[in-house]
Design a protein around this ligand. Structure first.
Ligand code: ZN
Ligand code: ZN
Ligand code: FE
Length: 747
């Protein structure tokens, strides 16, 4: 395998390239290292294990003077390097504007934080040039203290000396501060009364956590809701207050060892957990691990992350036990980031709050990743990554702004060979989210000084982002089809050359198609600026439209009827409901047609009795995957590909007859997954035969399914295909703005 890395940070002129050379040669890896304007580019080839070791040691053994701010890593196919060399520097493109992401607390600061003799002992805002807030304190550029939310704090003499001394670790560290001159924390109770300040506030906070209280804690890009993750009563109460029934909560652990007590951690998951970006990593829980059942009531997974600010380190060390740390918001609203917002939630959502007086310049939610197929796949690319650019293998013809779709929205601006992607904005389902979206568009344009000649939106006429684009940008607006944008985004991050086309599988829940129907199980022949729809899942009615998304039994009715089966025999749902939905399907009342793969997963999940109704996005599909994952079944079900349609009716009938025979649900589920893999394989083979294209690109939220993605990654290469998956932006709609931006920048 080949591992390609873009390393940003202080990695030039500090002996970084010779270090990389020594490390690669020691591990017997081939490839090269070179300096570019954005940092250092490294390609190494060799055995998988060696590559992982390289990645680990690159971070743990780097030269003392170097600092790593981010590592973009992609596992790619081998190209066959014969030795390892230090290449001449690249010189093209403009120098990057320095807007860095927020950096998790470095080792040096951490040891000072817990050193009683240090003047910053237990100071929750300790930072240096290697670590601390960036993106979330920048008000405008250039990045300089008066243009950050640190402008109100005047450095004391000692801090100023550090700041002005080129030999000091805090030379020009803009957020530099100490207990004398910097921000401080205080604790308020449910009535908003300040009950303690500074270290006393932290001590009382720990007492309150022990009592099972639910507290808001001001972090880097917003507030977390925090409570004892081992206290079932507290976690259940948090669910009630946040109106979040089953979607798993993220849990922050004291350190890596503690994560390992509660969850299984692979070497690559360990790398992800401890990376400077400190994302939430979705792990499998260990059996009977002591986490409150309400942390993730419906799955065995847990979203785990490590403390990434000094404040988090203090809380987690003092408390000793893991804490739930979920975004402080009401369902579907953006994360709270102002003291005033949280003060209004006191006594209702939270029993108290740990506030501080360093303003947050912009919201930035925690990032989420999952390891699959030996890759770290982002599910949400936000804090720690935003607003780093995605580098393209070509230049865009014109500056561009991309507005994203409707769910999991990010926006992006592109110029030259870079696309800067915003932090996670989320679903745009209410006015607060609309405001956040508009602010972010403005913010991104001004931070990167882009005057877009082209603005790109989705084709869906009902999306807020589309309407916004039409209203504000009129003539400059171009639209790109949802599933094409998915394909472009995975092509772009995998550096597919401009002239090449791929066989793209865009599998997701929903997206507006060229015929006005709801697409989602799409096989495209895609280039960057055009596509052809080769195959798609055979259309089926979606009784009730959006209601069918929340109540997948409706999809099940639709699928069963299409396959000639009687829904009442297989679905344990009230007969009146079933006959009502059946009539909707028969008469085509409020039943738009869809080719959605996401809905097919939901529908099968319902037929198997796993989930008739869901209370968070893709829950049916996620649980179907989890149920199936214990099976080692290798068989699959029949289906047909004809007249451009992938006909799943035989598949549904075969599932029903397996159900009747009493085949375990886990085996049926696995056979269903295998069938979807077969659909991919067979479609790809037919299309390679027709077009000669042998590169397959996988995108869309359905590819967050580990079974599906891993089997595709194994079986496609066995049949001679090259496979592209997401490793830089999410497969879900969070990655769509990249595809939109590239499209708009190229047409
Ligand atoms: Zn530091
Ligand atoms: Zn100071
Ligand atoms: Fe999508």
């Amino acid at each position: 395998m080949r591992l390609k890395l873009y390393v940003t940070g202080l990695v030039q002129g500090v002996g970084f390239r010779p270090f990389v050379y020594r490390l690669a040669t020691e591990l017997g890896l081939k490839g090269y290292v070179l300096n570019s304007e954005t940092g250092v580019v490294i390609e190494v080839e060799g055995e998988r294990k060696r590559l992982e070791e390289f990645l680990k040691r690159l971070q743990s053994e780097k030269p003392p003077a170097s600092q790593i701010f981010s590592i973009d890593r992609k596992f790619l196919d081998e190209v066959g390097y014969t030795g390892f060399e230090i290449r001449k520097s690249e010189k093209n493109g403009e120098v990057q504007v320095a807007v860095l992401p927020d950096l998790s607390t470095c080792k040096e600061c951490l040891s000072e934080l817990f050193d009683p003799t240090n003047r910053r002992f237990r100071y929750p805002f300790i930072n240096c040039t290697n670590c601390g807030p960036r993106f979330t304190i920048i008000l405008s550029l250039p990045y300089d203290r008066p243009k950050t939310t640190m402008r109100d704090f005047f450095m004391c003499e000692k801090c100023r000396e550090e700041y002005e001394n080129p030999l000091d670790r805090r030379f020009h560290a803009q957020p530099n501060a100490c207990p004398v001159c910097g921000p401080h924390v205080w604790l308020v109770d449910e009535r908003g009364e300040t009950v303690a300040e500074r270290d006393e506030a932290l001590k009382l906070l720990i007492e309150w956590l022990k009592e099972g209280r639910i507290l808001a804690v001001k972090g880097l890009g917003g507030f977390h809701l925090v409570c004892d993750a081992t206290n079932e009563r507290a976690v259940a109460e948090l669910r009630r207050r946040k109106k979040r029934q089953e979607k798993p909560f993220a849990v922050m652990f004291k350190d890596l060892d503690q994560v390992k007590e509660f969850a299984e951690v692979s070497p690559l998951e360990e790398i992800a957990l401890t990376s400077v970006e400190s994302p939430i990593v979705i792990l499998n829980q260990r059996e009977r691990n002591g986490l409150a059942p309400s942390v993730s009531p419906d799955t065995r997974t847990v979203g785990a992350f490590l403390p990434y600010t000094p404040l988090h380190h203090l809380i987690l060390r003092d408390f000793g036990k893991p804490v739930v740390a979920t975004s402080c918001n009401l369902t579907d609203e953006p994360i709270m980031f102002k003291n005033s917002e949280v003060e209004r939630a006191l006594g209702k959502l939270v029993d108290g709050a740990l506030l501080h007086n360093r303003e947050i310049a912009r919201r930035c939610d925690d990032s989420v990743v999952k390891v699959m197929g030996g890759r770290v796949v982002p599910f949400r690319r936000s804090r720690g990554y935003a607003p780093l650019p995605v580098l393209l293998p070509f230049n865009l013809k014109r500056p561009v702004l991309a507005l994203g779709p409707h769910m999991k929205v990010t926006v992006a601006v592109g110029k030259g060979n870079r696309v800067y992607i915003s932090q996670h904005i989320g679903d745009i389902d209410n006015i607060k989210a609309e405001e956040f979206f508009k602010e972010t568009v403005k913010d991104l344009l001004s931070l990167f000084e882009v005057e877009p000649e082209v603005v790109v939106s989705d084709h869906h006429p009902g999306y807020f982002t589309t309407k916004f684009g039409k209203e504000f940008f009129g003539e400059r607006l171009v639209q790109v089809y949802h599933h094409h944008a998915h394909a472009i985004s995975v092509m772009a991050e995998n550096e597919v050359p401009l002239s090449k086309k791929v066989i793209a599988f865009s599998f997701d829940g929903t997206g507006y198609g060229t015929d006005g129907k709801i697409w989602g199980g799409e096989v495209l022949i895609a280039g960057y600026t055009e596509f052809e729809r080769a195959f798609h899942l055979k259309y089926f009615p979606l009784p009730g439209g959006d209601r069918a998304v929340k109540e997948p039994y409706r999809v099940a009715v639709s699928l069963l009827k299409a396959a000639g089966e009687n829904p009442e025999k297989y679905l344990k749902v009230e007969p009146q409901k079933l006959s009502f939905v059946s009539r909707m399907v028969e008469k085509g009342i409020n039943s738009p047609l869809t080719s959605s793969m996401g809905r097919l997963f939901d529908g099968i999940s319902a037929i198997l009795g796993i989930r008739y109704a869901v209370n968070y996005h893709a829950q049916g599909a996620i649980l179907l995957e989890e149920v199936s994952s214990v099976s080692s079944e290798t068989g699959s079900y029949p289906f047909k590909i004809e007249n451009g349609g992938i006909d799943w009716r035989e598949l549904v009938s075969a599932i029903v007859s397996d159900l009747k025979r009493g085949v375990p649900v886990s085996d049926i589920g696995m056979k269903f997954h295998n069938t979807v893999v077969e659909m991919v394989l067979r479609s790809a083979e037919i299309l390679r035969e027709e077009t000669g294209i042998d590169t397959v690109a996988l995108s869309g939220g359905v590819f967050q399914n580990r079974i599906l993605t891993e089997k595709c990654l194994r079986e496609l290469p066995e049949r001679g295909f090259k496979v592209l998956v997401h490793q830089v932006v999410p497969p879900n709609d969070g990655g769509l703005s990249l595809g939109q931006a590239v499209y708009g920048g190229l047409i």
